[in-house]
Design a protein around this ligand. Structure first.
Ligand code: SF4
Length: 129
């Protein structure tokens, strides 16, 4: 590993890699993943948890930078980034239940709690932004 760290290394690789460098199997897999993600976003848009999350994004406001699939509304990418950063920590935690997105320590649904700016991990693995 060089002194610039993994993020710089991965970013440089991504910038320097062209479409023609990618094997056909990788291109096909990425197409499947993108289609699956869009399908999940559209299908999940109508469930109650998504509605609560959308209301939170609207309430958090901030600089409108990210278009939300399904509604076409534009929310703060900062709020979405913070939420994803926290969820990444939860997904590595033994107290996280992936199937329900629930934390065994606090009993909260993390896909919602992680979006709240004032929320904190009960084990102090992440905190207020
Ligand atoms: S909130 Fe904290 S304790 Fe709960 S799942 Fe996330 S990282 Fe683990």
């Amino acid at each position: 590993m060089n002194e610039q760290g993994i993020t710089s290394t991965v970013a440089r690789f991504a910038v320097q890699t062209s479409y023609n460098d990618l094997p056909g199997s990788v291109i096909e897999k990425v197409k499947q993943i993108v289609l699956d993600s869009i399908g999940c976003a559209l299908g999940g848009y109508v469930v109650d948890r998504s509605r609560i999350a959308l209301e939170l994004i609207e309430e958090l406001s901030g600089n409108p930078q990210a278009t939300i699939i399904g509604s076409g509304n534009v929310g703060s990418s900062c709020a979405l980034y913070v939420s994803e950063k926290r969820l990444a920590i939860c997904r590595e935690c033994p107290s996280y239940v992936e199937s329900t997105s629930m934390c065994k320590e606090c009993g909260c649904i993390m896909k919602i709690k992680a979006m709240l700016p004032c929320s904190e991990c009960p084990l102090k693995k992440w905190g207020k932004e």
